[in-house]
Design a protein around this ligand. Structure first.
Ligand SMILES: NC(=O)c1ccc[n+]([C@@H]2O[C@H](COP(=O)([O-])OP(=O)(O)OC[C@H]3O[C@@H](n4cnc5c(N)ncnc54)[C@H](O)[C@@H]3O)[C@@H](O)[C@H]2O)c1
Length: 312
């Protein structure tokens, strides 16, 4: 294969990482995964086992991380602590992994002359945006320094700030992407859609199903297969020092999502709402014109994606 590269994927046994690794293998690249498996799982890469090299390590461990960088041409940096409950319970850990991880990524790239880097940011950098749908030009913010939730978005803002400023000087290709509510099979249960499906499987017909928030919050969920096709466009057509939203413009109220899942699973339930956590945003919907210009077209409706994960 022409342009065959040696990729290092941090967070590669995670939900998005394992799917990116599958894409890289399909494209004929060499892949090394660096993950401490705090949320990653080897079963996600079982089918790739012989084709990828797995290094169990913490991104904050400079020595071990640097050892993994020999012969690497490109890094996809995904390792990060995810899951909303950790934003509130372990904000200092989120920032520790975010910041020490970033310093090691940039020092490692400089030392080993790695000139290509993809950095995972998040829709959380917009917090409550001024404009909906939200484009990449939206100002990034930390609305309340005392709210631990913003440790997550704050770490991502730093990721972008370092990415752009180091990027100008040391890289030939650095691309930042902001995923918006990606869902799919094997993503772990600490996310909206798998949590709802799991609860729905367990409860009896016509009983109460408690959801987080008022149910009126609006989100746009992108199916992992569409996410991967967007990421492929980023790799082949994305431009140096550019930032791209990855998401879909189909949006839905959480209560309608619950009803949709209950209809697909043929289980009638009664929704019980709760108060919204401080700092949670009411509506999230990306403007994806920029990634569309690279040729990305989402293919999956929410119904199609949900049916694939519920019935497979
Ligand atoms: N899934 C989404 O909807 C979404 C939305 C916005 C942003 N993102 C970002 O995309 C990236 C991938 O997300 P995901 O959904 O696959 O999450 P995930 O939790 O499944 O994957 C993250 C991986 O990082 C690993 N990790 C955590 N701390 C580590 C450390 N100290 N050292 C080494 N590895 C460590 C975990 O074990 C896990 O495998 C993350 O950076 C996340 O912030 C995801």
């Amino acid at each position: 294969m022409r342009n065959k590269k040696n990729f290092l994927v941090t967070g590669g046994t995670g939900f998005i990482g394992s799917n990116i690794c599958k894409l890289l293998i399909e494209l004929g690249h060499e892949v090394t995964i660096f993950d401490n498996n705090s949320r990653g799982e080897l079963k996600r890469i079982r089918e790739l086992n012989k084709k990828v090299k797995f290094i169990r390590g913490d991104i904050r461990d400079k020595k071990k991380f640097f050892k993994s960088l020999k012969n690497i041409n490109s890094i996809i940096h995904l390792a990060y602590i995810n899951g909303t409950k950790y934003f509130y319970e372990k904000p200092e850990l989120i920032l520790d992994v975010a910041i020490k991880g970033l310093v090691n990524i940039f020092d490692g790239c400089k030392k080993f002359k790695i000139r290509e880097l993809y950095l995972a940011s998040s829709s959380e950098v917009y917090q409550t945006p001024l404009k909906i749908p939200t484009s990449e030009e939206e100002p990034l913010k930390i609305p309340d320094i005392n709210n631990p939730r913003f440790s997550y978005g704050g770490g991502k803002i730093l990721t972008e700030l370092m990415g752009i400023n180091y990027g100008r000087k040391f890289f030939t290709k650095i691309i930042i992407f902001r995923p918006h509510n990606v869902y799919g099979a094997n993503m772990g249960n600490e996310h909206v859609i798998p949590e709802l499906i799991q609860k729905m499987r367990k409860i009896k017909k016509n009983s109460f199903l408690k959801i987080q928030g008022t149910g009126k919050e609006i989100r746009s969920f992108i199916y992992i297969k569409d996410f991967i096709s967007a990421f492929h466009k980023l790799m082949t057509k994305g431009k140096h020092l550019q930032i791209y939203n990855i998401g879909t413009t189909q949006s839905i109220k959480i209560k309608d999502l619950v009803l949709k899942i209950s209809k697909i699973m043929k289980k009638k339930i009664i929704i019980k709402t709760s108060s919204l956590k401080k700092g949670s945003t009411k509506i999230r919907k990306p403007n994806i014109a920029k990634i569309r210009k690279l040729g990305f077209k989402p293919k999956y409706t929410l119904d199609q994606g949900l049916k694939e994960i519920i019935f497979n």
